[in-house]
Design a protein around this ligand. Structure first.
Ligand code: NAD
Length: 265
């Protein structure tokens, strides 16, 4: 293990870290010296390649657990497994998320249930399981990956917007409960980041609105983002590394925008 890095001997668990933002944040935490518990769906061979490359590149211990974020028992097992593998848990990031785009009166009920389970309830189950460990350590950082959609709405995303608004409420409530335990709980609210989740929205949004895919990117996705540029992984990693640092100890219950000015409007 490399000496002298800010997160040496720290342990970070990131749900949904086999792709997109979660993978980028896991990489950033590993680069800062943390040992990592990966989680998420995907091809097991590809995940094993991600795991070994991350461990080799950053010379840290990287493990993987396949907990499905729709299963409370699996989430509890993910946390228990992290503690038994590493002996501690310093950073817990509820990042896994899915999207479905449809008018509310046509919204498939099973999609509503899945989005609420994965994007909101899994953060509750993660926090519920992680807090006893963090309280015993008298230290910890809980980060919920929310969205600009935790603060404002867009049409055709009723479940996602409801779940992300709920995540902001969960974040604030947990922050008040753990404020004197050496733990913080905060939410990060990105604008659009060009991940597989966003790429997958382009065609359905074009269909729902009856416009071209190019017009979706220009006039729908980045229409609300005054910078007219996607938020980059490094911008999110910078905020995360601050929140998990000692300097971030007084940031608690914050719902932090990183959206190029979207929610300033
Ligand atoms: P992504 O599709 O690239 O990654 C999602 C991750 O969640 C993957 O690792 C996937 O395997 C995992 N996942 C999905 N369902 C799961 C389940 N049932 N159990 C376990 N893991 C599961 O998406 P992303 O864009 O990187 O999104 C990550 C988070 O960031 C989400 O919460 C999303 O809402 C949020 N977010 C994304 C954007 C954006 O523009 N991409 C903006 C704001 C917020």
């Amino acid at each position: 293990m490399p000496a002298g890095l800010p997160l040496n001997n720290k342990v970070a668990l990131i749900t949904g870290s086999t792709s997109g933002i979660g993978l980028a944040l896991a990489e950033a935490l590993a680069k800062a010296g943390a040992n990592i518990m990966l989680n998420g769906l995907g091809d097991q061979g590809e995940i094993e390649t991600i795991r070994t490359q991350m461990a080799d590149t950053h010379n840290v211990d990287v493990r993987y657990h396949n907990a499905d974020m729709t299963c409370p028992d699996a989430i509890a097992d993910l946390v228990a497994h992290t503690q038994s593998a590493f002996g501690r848990l310093d950073i817990a990031i509820a990042n896994a998320g899915i999207q479905h785009v449809a008018p509310v009166d046509e919204f498939p009920i099973e999609k509503w249930d899945a989005i609420l389970a994965i994007n909101l309830s899994s953060a509750f189950h993660l926090t519920r399981a992680a807090l006893p460990i963090m309280k015993a350590q008298k230290s910890g950082r809980i980060i919920n990956m929310a969205s600009a959609h935790a603060l404002v709405a867009s049409p055709y995303k009723s479940a996602y917007v409801a779940a992300k608004h709920g995540l902001a409420g969960l974040t604030k409530t947990v922050a008040l409960e753990i404020a004197q335990d050496g733990i913080t709980c905060n939410a990060i609210c990105p604008g659009y980041v060009k991940t597989p989740l966003v790429e997958a929205q382009i065609a359905p949004t074009a269909k729902a609105r009856g416009i071209s895919e190019e017009a979706v990117v220009r006039d729908v996705l980045l229409a609300a983002q005054p910078t007219k540029a996607f938020v980059e992984y490094d911008h999110l990693a910078g905020m995360l590394l601050y929140l998990v640092s000692d300097a971030g100890a007084s940031v608690n219950g914050a719902v932090l925008s990183i959206d190029g000015g979207w929610t300033a409007q």
